[in-house]
Design a protein around this ligand. Structure first.
Ligand SMILES: [Fe+2]
Ligand SMILES: [Fe+2]
Ligand SMILES: [Fe+2]
Length: 384
């Protein structure tokens, strides 16, 4: 979708800044959708009610400072050209990037990636052309028509070379990500991950908070604490790859479901590693199910292969998860949490010093990051 949007932007001769806005908006356009349940109906060409996720995405993106301009685009990314739309906009009043993303998104849905593209693009284009002036901006439909004449445009879209082409297009753009931008992006991702389930609402943000607190207690430097916070916010990024039914199952997981669940931490590590330039963040985030005795997963690291921040993350995640309600049990009390953490520290799975710091500060951590309250969850949180 980002590839289609950027090609349209290029075809229209947009500036570097406008193209950058199209790209960032395309990447985060469905930030308001976390659950597979809500994603499914959006995969049909005609969507009955796309507005909830537009509004929710708008709210989320607004909170990430470096993405502010994209918030307005997200609000209107399903607006029809002719209107009326809940945003109150129509025609040229709809941000251009939103019109581009709308067209690219709907085109993407019409294409079947397992079929030869040359057998299908004309039908898809016809469907889009029939809606020019109604659903889509006619100028954009014309731009798509000229792009569509080149087979290479379609071949690039469907082939593994698409990522390379996309990187070439993105390379020319003015992106600068400093620590503050990274923190606000991580906060955005955390909100999207946590919204997968009311049971984990605030989980990533709480784990990040617990980790920073323990990191400070255990003498990490200020700069390390900032990185640790980002790693905490992103530690469950891979949960976006796990089906809702498994995350919310109100009973123990079957061996198969547990295997699927285990993948989340692998994806956290690989996605962050693949993003590049994130220093120790992939390790500090992606090792949170590793154990010092080598019995964790997915890499079975042990002892000195696990740095202090990675050990802090592991304890922070367990502490937070035990205190939170889950679909199959209520949050555990102090006695039970102490028993589990002490047990894992004694048998060599968790770092003794980190566990001690956690238990010594139980009340403070608990008061700072108490179990999720119903009123914290937005009223339009997707129903189960
Ligand atoms: Fe959407
Ligand atoms: Fe996890
Ligand atoms: Fe977690």
């Amino acid at each position: 979708m980002a590839y289609l949007s950027l090609n349209l932007a290029e075809e229209l001769g947009l500036s570097r800044e406008e193209k950058a806005l199209c790209f960032t908006s395309a990447i985060v356009h469905d930030a308001g959708v976390s659950t597979w349940r809500e994603k499914k109906p959006l995969e049909a060409f005609d969507v009955d009610n796309p507005w909830d996720h537009c509004r929710r995405g708008h709210q989320l993106i607004k909170q990430a400072n470096c993405l502010q301009p994209a918030a307005d685009v997200i609000l209107s990314h399903h607006d029809s050209w002719r209107g009326p739309n809940p945003s109150g906009r129509a025609g040229e009043d709809i941000p251009l990037a939103a019109r581009i993303i709308h067209l690219a998104d709907r085109l993407d849905i019409l294409l079947q990636y397992e079929r030869c593209i040359l057998d299908q693009w004309e039908d898809a284009l016809k469907r889009i052309k029939d809606l020019a002036g109604e659903l889509f901006d006619p100028r954009l439909v014309s731009a798509l028509e000229s792009l569509a004449r080149k087979e290479s445009f379609w071949f690039d879209l469907m082939s593994p070379f698409m990522i390379k082409r996309l990187s070439e297009l993105v390379e020319t753009m003015p992106f600068a990500i400093g620590p503050e931008e990274l923190r606000s992006l991580a906060g955005l991702f955390a909100a999207v991950i946590d919204a997968k389930s009311p049971f984990t609402y605030h989980h990533s943000r709480r784990v990040a908070g617990v980790a920073v607190f323990l990191g400070e207690e255990l003498g990490l430097k200020k700069e390390e604490l900032a990185v640790l916070e980002v790693a905490g916010l992103l530690h469950d990024l891979g949960k976006l790859c796990v089906p809702d039914e498994i995350l919310e199952k109100p009973a123990s997981l079957t061996p198969h479901e547990y295997n699927v669940m285990k993948q989340h931490v692998y994806y956290t590590y690989r996605i962050l590693e693949d993003a590049g330039g994130l220093g120790p963040i992939p390790a500090w985030a992606g090792y949170h199910h590793e154990k010092l005795d080598g019995q964790g997963y997915p890499f079975h690291l042990k002892d000195e292969q696990l740095s202090l921040p990675a050990r802090i993350m592991a304890v922070s995640d367990i502490f937070t998860a035990l205190r939170e309600d889950r679909p199959y049990r209520l949050g555990m009390g102090k006695q039970k949490v102490t028993q589990i953490l002490t047990g894992q520290s004694k048998n060599g799975a968790l770092d003794t010093r980190v566990v001690a710091a956690c238990l010594e500060n139980f009340e403070r951590l608990d008061s700072l990051f108490s179990a999720p309250r119903k009123e914290d969850i937005p009223a339009d949180f997707p129903e189960k």
